[in-house]
Design a protein around this ligand. Structure first.
Ligand SMILES: Cc1cc2nc3c(=O)[nH]c(=O)nc-3n(C[C@H](O)[C@H](O)[C@H](O)COP(=O)(O)OP(=O)(O)OC[C@H]3O[C@@H](n4cnc5c(N)ncnc54)[C@H](O)[C@@H]3O)c2cc1C
Length: 416
């Protein structure tokens, strides 16, 4: 048996060493005809077994790049294995941008949208909301193409990989724009609680980093449109940093995107970690839970009440906002959301205890867990938080009646 691949964090060893690398959609169809069970493995950045299968892991690393830019429709169509690192410079060179990005470019676009990956900004939706169309190779090898407005389309981008293989994605683009990134230090928690919407709405994209120690938000990362002018010296009283920062304690700020208010291209500022550099700590685990933005301050206070229990397991935590969308399995479906992200030290049992503590504190606010990160919430509780889940299950059963793309993770979680 060939070596079995692991995920990026190394906490998951996949159940099979059988990896197929089709170099064309025809070869992909052939792989699917032969396989009883299959799953695409993107860049493997998920922290749970969402990408696992005991059948065939499919790498689309040979199916990458831009297929087409449609200037009239303002869209770009990419191959199913394309990473953001491959897409962003080429898109920028063509004069276009994506509206928002996650913290890192190393991940595949299809893997990101499949798990409702997001960035930040009161007005910025989940990355999957930018999907205007997709091409799916289904269990029997059939190619289907759907676009926004088609029946069931809102169920297809955030799919947890359970509908088929996404062989191409069409994404909305906007004209390229410039961003100034400024980091502010030590924002008092009381100030944040009194002004939450104003702080998170202070610019195009705002992220709050805290170690949940003391009474301050350690760093506020502000990504402002360059057209908004020079950054101010303070943000709600918090001073701008006098040198670049890394959001995690002790890490090299040289691994982060440019700061200090210097204007530069969107794809070099909306990310926290640039193309070609180490993302985050490298050795870590992550969890994230989303609640309605209307209860953001109560949720912060609930976490603060138990912070002494989970803070020792933590590198740092990031609080971000995500605009509401209509995608059936999006963590921001039907509500403007706030995400409580935690970058944990790479200690599995300790992380699980800490995640349970966070989930207990957030329980009154009906948290939805990030599909790609660590969580322990019972499946029936998770299911109950997605009103369109029955529609998704029906869609999955129609597109994949034999369950080729089902694995234990989605079976337990979604199909119960
Ligand atoms: C350092 C780090 C930083 C992160 N930052 C963020 C962040 O800022 N915001 C955020 O929301 N998340 C973040 N994440 C989580 C990350 O975005 C998700 O794990 C995302 O799914 C990773 O994409 P991937 O290509 O690695 O997907 P994988 O983990 O390989 O796969 C995820 C799922 O997508 C499916 N899939 C992948 N490609 C296809 C395809 N072509 N067709 C069908 N199904 C497919 C897989 O089968 C699997 O079910 C971060 C993770 C790490 C490790």
């Amino acid at each position: 048996m060939a070596d079995r691949p692991q995920n990026w964090a190394g906490n998951i060893v996949f159940s099979t060493g059988h990896v197929e690398r089709p170099a064309s959609v025809e070869e992909l169809q052939d792989v699917l005809h032969r396989a009883d069970k299959a799953r695409v493995l993107g860049s493997g950045h998920s922290f749970n077994p969402i990408a696992d299968t005991d059948g065939v892991l499919i790498s689309l690393a040979a199916l990458t790049g831009i297929r087409k830019i449609d200037h009239a429709a303002r869209t770009v169509t990419i191959e199913g294995g394309t990473t953001y690192a491959q897409l962003l410079p080429a898109l920028h060179a063509a004069g276009y941008a994506l509206e928002n990005l996650a913290s890192l470019p190393h991940i595949t676009v299809a893997g990101a949208v499949s798990t409702a990956t997001h960035g930040s900004g009161n007005g910025n939706s989940n990355l999957a909301a930018a999907v205007a169309g997709l091409e799916l190779v289904t269990a029997n090898g059939e190619i289907i193409r759907r676009q926004r407005g088609d029946a069931d389309f809102d169920g297809m981008a955030v799919s947890l990989g359970a509908l088929g293989v996404v062989s191409a994605l069409t994404l909305d683009v906007v004209p390229a724009f410039d961003i100034r990134q400024t980091v502010y230090l030590d924002l008092p928690l009381e100030t944040l609680l009194a002004n939450f919407d104003a702080v998170t709405g202070a610019a195009y994209s705002v992220s709050l980093f805290t170690r949940w120690q003391g009474d301050h938000i350690d760093q506020v990362w502000v990504k402002a449109l360059a057209t908004a002018g020079e950054p101010s010296e303070t943000l709600f009283g918090a001073p701008a940093a006098d040198a670049p920062r890394h959001p995690l304690p002790g890490m090299d700020p040289g691994n982060c995107t440019p700061q200090m208010g210097v204007a530069g291209p969107w794809h070099e500022r909306l990310l926290h970690f640039p193309i070609g550099f180490l993302a985050s700590a490298g050795a870590e685990l992550q969890s994230e839970h989303f609640v309605s933005r209307t209860v953001a301050t109560q949720a912060i206070q609930a976490l603060r009440a138990v912070q002494a229990r989970f803070a020792p397991a933590l590198f740092a935590s990031e609080i971000r906002t995500i605009a509401s969308d209509t995608l059936w399995l999006s963590t921001a479906q039907g509500q403007d959301a706030v995400g409580f992200h935690f970058t944990w030290k790479p200690e599995w049992e300790r992380t699980l205890d800490a995640v349970r503590c966070v989930e207990e504190a957030l329980a009154p606010f009906a948290p939805r867990p990030h599909w790609a990160k660590v969580f322990t919430l019972p499946a029936d509780m998770v299911r109950a938080r997605y009103p369109r889940l029955p529609d998704f299950v029906a869609l999955a059963n129609r597109l994949d009646p034999g369950g080729k793309f089902r694995n234990r993770f989605v079976d337990d979680l979604l199909f119960g």
